[in-house]
Design a protein around this ligand. Structure first.
Ligand code: GLU
Length: 477
């Protein structure tokens, strides 16, 4: 197939991928259409008095599918936010949640703003006002619509949002569950901040457990020593790069940021680079690597794994043919356009799709929501009981060793590690790891099991769409 001449928009890209999957499925055209379309988009324009005059802001909250409720998805703060983008992102949330079996429909929000232009107290006023507009219409609600962080937002914004919701719903006992990604002291959960990056790591680890899949990408061995390029060192890119380099032995040979890229074939120390960006506003001047002003050219550098972790549409019909990475891991939403996807597939590049790779965030959001509704921290009841149980076993083994006169003993390090009961963070990691493994296997089964499915993305869409279809059918649609 030839590449389309015109680059499709983000929303068209998602639709093209959806259509490619449903062509291989047996859905009635009516149901197909019902699943594909975005149910509703609310647009709000509100004014906030700042710096002596009234400033008008435009925000959106799209609900793509309510086959399960609440619907879920982040709120993005960026100057580029527009309705089409929010709708594409909401659709991706539907498929993402279905793929990792998180019981939510898909939604997404956005506010057209450059957060860097405003002071913290101004951002608070703006965020609270936006939250008020959404909560008033149940577009923020523990059982209807639960936002979370996305580009340009984080714990701070979520804390303002939950507080705003509480002020408007003073008797709602489940108010903490109206939004996820909150700071710990405002009802958050351990491990949520790094969850998406952690999920990227678990996704790659699972991919590397399957030699056939590695072979499809022309790779072999383990993650140790693999050359990785990361585009975007925001929350997702930073954590993915940090974990992959510090725990799996990957070499981060290049990091691409807004102001250019840093290249170092020996590997970039990620924490150090992050601190440098924080202090200098960009990567330029970083002492442990070579600065390249044209960051996008670095996407085309030779490597084993390319991780686009910032924005949509960074790999397009313009540059796709020159991208040399045999494996692309979509940590951002929509970084590869449908046109680029076609070019890359024809070249044999393996793409691990966004709806799988970055699903770690919403997975841990789900755990946070459950925690908020159950009003108890994970592990609180069983941790010490588990420890007592393990200690009994250790004591008994030592008693037997002693009685049989064996000259051996269990090491203190082993005993400590074995006896330690799981706290919230360990449980979150275990739940996330399990989720990422199972979701990969469900895609993989279709990818290898069906001759007409050529890539992981379409396999992922098929798994998700059939789950959403199932749930519409059981509703009698
Ligand atoms: N914004 C994240 C995403 O795109 C997280 C959504 C959530 O936790 O609800 O998946």
């Amino acid at each position: 197939m030839n590449a389309p001449l015109r680059e499709p928009s983000f929303r068209e890209s998602v639709d093209i991928m959806f259509n490619r999957a449903v062509r291989l499925m047996d859905l009635s055209p009516g149901l197909e259409e019902k699943i594909r379309v975005c149910n509703s988009t609310y647009t709000v324009r509100f004014g906030v008095r700042l710096r002596g005059s009234i400033h008008t802001f435009t925000g959106y909250r799209s609900v793509h599918s309510e086959h399960m409720e609440p619907v879920k998805g982040g709120i993005r703060f960026a100057p580029s936010v527009h309705q089409d983008e929010v709708e594409a992102l909401a659709a991706l949330m539907t498929y993402k949640c279905a793929l990792v079996e998180v019981p939510f429909g898909g939604s997404k929000g956005g506010l057209r703003i450059d957060p860097r232009e405003w002071e913290e107290h101004e951002m608070e006023l703006i965020t609270r006002r936006f939250a008020y507009e959404l909560a008033k219409r149940d577009l923020i609600h523990p059982s209807q619509n639960v936002p979370a962080p996305d580009m340009g937002t984080g714990e701070r914004e979520m804390a303002w949002i939950v507080d705003q919701y509480r002020r408007m719903n003073t008797t709602d006992i489940n108010s903490a569950a109206c939004v996820t990604g909150k700071p710990l002291n405002a009802g958050g959960i351990h491990g949520r901040v790094e969850a998406t990056g952690r999920g990227v790591q678990y996704a790659l680890r699972e991919f590397f457990r399957h030699p056939d899949d590695l072979k499809a990408a022309g790779l072999d061995g383990t993650l140790d020593g693999k050359r990785v390029i990361v585009q975007g060192l925001g929350n997702v890119g930073f954590h993915a790069a940090k974990f992959l380099s510090e725990e799996d032995g990957c070499r981060i040979v290049a990091v691409i940021e807004r102001d250019g890229a840093i290249v170092n074939p020996k590997g970039i120390p990620i924490e150090f680079l992050k601190t440098h960006i924080g202090a200098n506003g960009g990567v330029k001047g970083f002492p442990r690597g070579t600065y390249v002003e044209d960051g996008s050219s670095v996407l085309e550098m030779e490597c084993d794994i390319l991780i686009p972790a910032a924005m949509e549409a960074v790999i397009t019909i313009e540059n796709a043919a020159r991208v040399r990475a045999p494996l692309i891991v979509e940590a951002a939403n929509g970084p590869v356009t449908a046109g680029a996807d076609e070019i890359l597939r024809a070249k044999g590049t393996v793409i691990m799709p966004d709806l799988y790779v970055n699903a770690g965030g919403v997975t841990v959001s789900y755990f946070e929501w459950v925690k908020n509704l159950s009003h108890i921290r994970f592990g609180r009841m069983q941790r010490r009981q588990e420890e007592a149980h393990s200690l009994m076993l250790v004591n008994e083994i030592e008693r037997i060793l002693h009685e049989t006169g064996a000259q051996m003993n269990l090491s203190d390090a082993f005993k400590q590690e074995f006896v330690r009961g799981a706290g919230e963070l360990e449980l979150v990691r275990s739940g996330l790891d399990d989720t990422m493994r199972i979701a990969y296997q469900s895609m993989r089964e279709i990818w290898h099991g069906r001759k007409d499915v050529e890539d992981l993305r379409i396999a992922a869409y098929i798994v998700s769409i059939s789950r959403v279809a199932q749930s519409y059918r059981s509703k009698g649609l």
